[in-house]
Design a protein around this ligand. Structure first.
Ligand code: FAD
Length: 401
């Protein structure tokens, strides 16, 4: 494995970090307080090509390699995890899924506008009753001639309020599945899981975006509910084959887990930098607190955890770039990096003392934001099940959630 960066990747890294320090840092606090990312910043990010990061050049995208894209998320998350989440969900989950599985017509209609940032993407899989367990999905899609008609409600849709297109997962009603309106109330698992994926433009009839979730952190991100009420979508907006939605979701989530892990690394590394700065300036007992060995040891442990998470991210990215399987490595990176970001920011609040608990310093925002990373793209316990599943592959032990 060669993890060294090429000169082009180093150039990108510098460009991403410059953008984050010059453009993102100054509005990150405001985005958190006002519960939205300023439209001007989104426009500037789009102007830099960030919304087309994973779109190939013929579609007007930047066609970044995986490592460069992850460095973009790392750089943005170092100032605003909310902005990193917007760029991540748009690229890793929405754009990439449409690119990999959309019909030629859907790609032509959607990708150029997505790459230009004129149409932000969202990914709607979770429901109130179907979080870790997708077999409880109640959203239904029924084919009627050249269209599908969707009914259901989605929860936790990142980018919901700013999206121009939603990748939506629904159970395609077919043999053995209850298509009655009562099915939405049933708690029976769907036998077998016949999930399909659809690209649905925000102006599709019957698509209604709900209110913003009031969250502990990530307040700048627009996380909403989504309602599909007799929502009609042309059959050409089906992604992949009918019934192939589950593998499509897993493929997106594998990649998404690496993206979230990279964001965790960027956020936690910045938190350590903030602590080094603060502990060099804060004087108690006649010396900067950073001169105390206890603080040094604390920060040394934090920096080591960040570096370990980065290693897992790079390994998963390397496998992805080689076209090798990386499901287990993505789950490992996500498990470790999600927890690491939560524990590191917790420790760094401690290094700041009371100053870590007031909004005057950014660390309280980092601490609130980081906590989400153990849920987004699957909770830590689900990552452990994925990892154990790979460990026991071929054995008589069946790993089940
Ligand atoms: C900030 C944020 C943004 C999000 N954005 C999106 C998005 O854009 N699109 C989307 O579709 N979803 C999104 N989600 C939803 C996210 O994917 C879910 O929160 C996650 O999958 C967990 O589901 P849940 O919250 O329903 O928890 P539950 O599934 O109810 O789990 C609750 C707890 O039980 C544990 N648990 C569940 N099953 C098992 C088991 N078998 N063994 C052991 N422990 C178990 C879980 O690990 C967790 O700790 C987002 C979530 C957050 C917090």
């Amino acid at each position: 494995m060669d993890f060294s960066l090429t000169s082009e990747q180093l150039m990108f890294q510098k460009m991403f970090r410059d953008f984050a320090t010059k453009e993102v840092a100054k509005v990150a606090e405001q985005a958190d307080k006002q519960e939205e990312i300023p439209a001007k910043l989104l426009k500037r990010a789009a102007g830099q090509g960030f919304m087309g990061a994973l779109a190939p050049e013929p579609y007007g995208g930047a066609g970044l390699d995986v490592t460069s894209f992850l460095m973009l998320l790392e750089a943005l998350a170092a100032e605003s995890l909310a902005l990193a989440l917007v760029v991540h969900v748009h690229n890793s989950l929405a754009l990439r899924t449409i690119l990999n599985h959309g019909t030629a017509a859907a790609k032509e209609a959607l990708i150029p506008e997505m790459a230009a940032g004129e149409r932000i993407g969202a990914f709607a899989m979770t429901e109130a009753g179907a979080g870790s367990d997708p077999t409880q999905m109640r959203t239904r899609a029924v084919r009627e001639g050249g269209e599908y008609v969707l009914n259901g409600a989605k929860a936790w849709v990142s980018n919901g309020g700013i999206a121009g297109v939603f990748v939506v997962f629904a159970v395609t009603v077919g043999a053995g599945l209850d298509s009655s309106p009562d099915a939405a109330q049933s708690t029976k698992p769907n036998p077998p899981l016949r999930m399909s994926a659809f690209a649905i433009p925000a102006d599709a009839p019957g698509l209604v975006v709900g209110g913003r979730e009031k969250t502990l952190g990530l307040r700048g991100a627009s996380i909403t509910r989504l309602y599909l009420q007799e929502c009609r979508v042309p059959a050409e907006n089906l992604l992949g084959a009918e019934g192939a939605g589950y593998p499509i979701a897993l493929e997106a989530l594998d990649f998404g887990r690496v993206g979230i892990s990279a964001a965790a690394v960027g956020l936690a590394r910045r938190a350590v930098e903030l602590a080094v700065k603060y502990s060099g300036e804060r004087v108690q007992f006649g010396k900067p607190i950073g001169a105390k060995q206890a603080i040094q040891v604390y920060l040394a442990d934090c920096a080591t955890e960040v570096a370990a998470a980065e290693g897992l991210v790079r390994h998963a990215a390397w496998l992805a770039e080689q076209g090798k399987p990386f499901t287990q490595e993505a789950a490992m990176a996500k498990l470790f990096a999600g927890r690491m970001a939560a524990t590191v920011t917790n420790k760094i609040v401690q290094v700041h003392g009371g100053a870590g608990y007031v909004t005057e310093y950014p660390i309280e925002r980092f601490y609130r934001d980081a906590r989400a990373l153990e849920f987004v793209e699957g909770a830590s316990q689900i990552q452990q099940i994925v990892i154990a599943g790979k460990l026991f592959e071929g054995s008589s032990v069946k790993v089940r959630p």
